[in-house]
Design a protein around this ligand. Sequence first.
Ligand SMILES: Nc1ncnc2c1ncn2[C@@H]1O[C@H](COP(=O)(O)OP(=O)(O)OP(=O)(O)O)[C@@H](O)[C@H]1O
Ligand SMILES: [Mg+2]
Length: 223
Amino acid sequence: MLKIHKVSARIAGITVLRGIETEFSPGQLLAVVGRNGAGKTTLLRAIMGLLPLSSGSISINGTDIASVPGHRRTEFGIGYAPEDRVMYPTFTVEENLRLPCEVLGLPEAEIKRRLERVLDVVPQLEPMLARSGAALSGGQGKMAALGRALMAGTKLVLLDEPFQGLAPVLANQYAESLRKLHQLDPALCIVVTESNRSLLRDLPDATLTLERGELVEGEALTH
Ligand SMILES: Nc1ncnc2c1ncn2[C@@H]1O[C@H](COP(=O)(O)OP(=O)(O)OP(=O)(O)O)[C@@H](O)[C@H]1O
Ligand SMILES: [Mg+2]
């Protein structure tokens, strides 16, 4: 579905992704693991068009998305929960969740349908909907960021280190949400990055390992 072909990228003149070659397939729950600074966030940002490629290409179902600007990549059904999760503080949680769909210009009935799906998968969000985006704890913000990524991500969801810093109870709930999502939507591809792979427990059905911007064979020691 999403093909990453010989992708390299530089930040401030330094090469941080080197010749990444891989493919994300429908129905996968894929982990991307690697030490701090290995390039996990950069890879997700490159997919989202938030960082120019220095070489290589990224395509979705055969369409090269190089010319598609970042703000239009959600049109491909890609949802993204960044590491820093940013909820807009002047909007309610519900407004934050709706935002990617409203940017896409989806009809109200479709937005409602997606919101119901999100609340089915992440029921903890229900009592938070009317609250301000600024009124959430770190863990609640992560749940809300997952919800927002799911509002846009009908084909692919990219979650950047969601388990980092989550209290054990919330981490269990988060893992439970991902399991449920995987069951409810068997064609959805879910990609989760993590520097501490033990936090992922038995969730992923495949794992890619990044080392200094390169994909390596086997499983590196990450901690
Ligand atoms: N804004 C930036 N300016 C300069 N260098 C950067 C910047 N962002 C990332 N880098 C460098 O790019 C490399 C990859 O960083 P990246 O954030 O993708 O790693 P990561 O695997 O997500 O790490 P972490 O586990 O800490 O989130 C690192 O060497 C990092 O120092
Ligand atoms: Mg990162």
